[in-house]
Each structure stands twice: as C-alpha cells, then as structure tokens.
Unconditional design. Structure first.
Length: 247
C-alpha cells in the first residue's frame, strides 16, 4: 500500500534545517539529504516515477535556498547538489499513446511509428495548472519517448503504470541454465507494448548504473572548489576543507 502519510522530501529537509539551525547555529552544521527514489525507480525502468522524484528534488533545492535566504544564512552556507552515478537515461522524442494503443500487439512496426523524433516529435501533454511543480495528470496522450542503454528484456508502452512500480522482467520459465536468467518480459508489465531485447547480463532483472560523468552544482562559500572535472573522491576532501577539518 502507498505511504500516503509520508512527508515529502522538501518537508523532511526543511524540518531538518530548522532543527539543526536551532541547535547549532553558532557552531555550524552539516546535512546530507538523498533523493533515493530517483535511483529506486530508474532501476525498474519506471521513468515517470523517477522523473517525479527528480522534480521533488528540484523543488527541495529551491525551497532550501529560499529558507537559507529568509533566515539570512545563504551567504554562510555551502549547498552542493550531485549524484553518485548515472543511469544512461535520455529522452529522444515523444509518443502519441492514443495512436500507439490503436494497434494490436502483433503490429509492432505500426506501434513504433507512434514515436516522433526530430521535427516529428512534439511537446508532451503534461500540464501543471496548480503550480505545485508536478504534472496534474501523468496519464496523458502525448508522453516522452525515453529509455536507458542498460536494460533487461521487457516491453515498453511509454505510459505510466497506474498500478504501482514497474517490474520489467521475470525469471525465465524455459531456461535450462544452472543460474538465474531474466530473459522474459513480465506478462503484466506494459502487456501491449513493443518488445525490447535486453542489453545487459541476463542475471539482472532491472536496469543497471552507467559510467557517465555526473554534474556537480555548488553555491555559497567555497563553491569555487567544486568547479571543473574532478574525481568523485575529491568531493569528500573538498567538503572537509570547507568545514575546516583539513585538506
């Protein structure tokens, strides 16, 4: 069951800031907050939920900076935003899901023609009328044509799974190997989607991390230290330097 009473990331972070500032304003403080659900949803190829969690992180960053400014802490607080890895995710066009759904499961080529790229792609139908930073409805006609390079065998229909987190692949029921083989699409996940062959080891039933570089955004005192290309382990040492713990 969904945790309907669970606070959002921004609510938890702002409460944490309030407590830390009340107790340690003179001494200074350190907080690390993780938007872990982005990764948690990218693994099962649940891009809609991953993007929703990315929007939640974006909202949290904005509200954090507003809170720091309102409490006159913005000039004395270093804010760093980064990731520990990527997922080879990208958007390459848009999809007319109504056109997509008009074809039978056997008409795979026709279904693929619902994907528009370059000049044939258009804006998705997401609308944020109430201004909360999230689409009012995720189940729209025109959606994003998106995917990752590392994925198990599965089916894709480019539509939100309203029944919960995706489970893209299942253990093979016909394999004679002595190890686990995820080479079958889950029968209940995007059952009318296009077939996609896996691009990774059959031991993995979900997508895996990528080797791509990730951005590092920083603002406030010491932010200049985080400019340019750097090894991920340098982030720790630079944070320690800014906190006066050593170099």
């Amino acid at each position: 069951l969904p945790a309907l009473d669970q606070p959002n990331l921004d609510e938890m972070v702002l409460k944490g800031l309030e407590v830390l500032d009340k107790r340690y304003r003179k001494e200074g403080w350190f907080m690390m907050a993780e938007a872990a659900s982005i990764d948690g949803m990218m693994h099962p190829l649940d891009y809609d939920r991953a993007l929703a969690d990315l929007l939640e992180l974006d909202n949290t960053i904005g509200k954090t900076k507003e809170w720091l400014k309102r409490n006159k802490l913005d000039e004395d607080t270093l804010v760093i935003v980064t990731a520990d890895h990527g997922h080879s995710f990208d958007v390459y066009g848009s999809v007319d899901t109504q056109y997509f759904n008009s074809f039978s499961d056997s008409e795979q080529l026709e279904k693929k023609n619902s994907i528009g790229t370059y000049e044939n792609s258009g804006w998705p139908s997401y609308v944020d009328a109430n201004g909360d930073g999230f689409p009012d409805n995720w189940d729209v006609r025109y959606t994003l044509a998106a995917g990752t390079a590392a994925m198990p065998t599965h089916r894709e229909d480019f539509q939100v799974n309203i029944n919960g987190t995706r489970v893209p692949a299942i253990l093979s029921t016909t394999s004679h190997h002595h190890y686990e083989v995820y080479e079958e699409a889950h029968p209940k996940d995007a059952p009318h989607g296009i077939n996609k062959s896996g691009t990774q080891s059959v031991n993995d039933g979900v997508g895996v991390h990528s080797l791509q570089d990730v951005p590092v955004f920083a603002s406030g005192p010491g932010s200049n230290l985080f400019a340019g290309v750097q090894d991920n382990t340098e982030i720790f040492h630079k944070i320690a330097e800014v906190l006066g713990l050593g170099n």
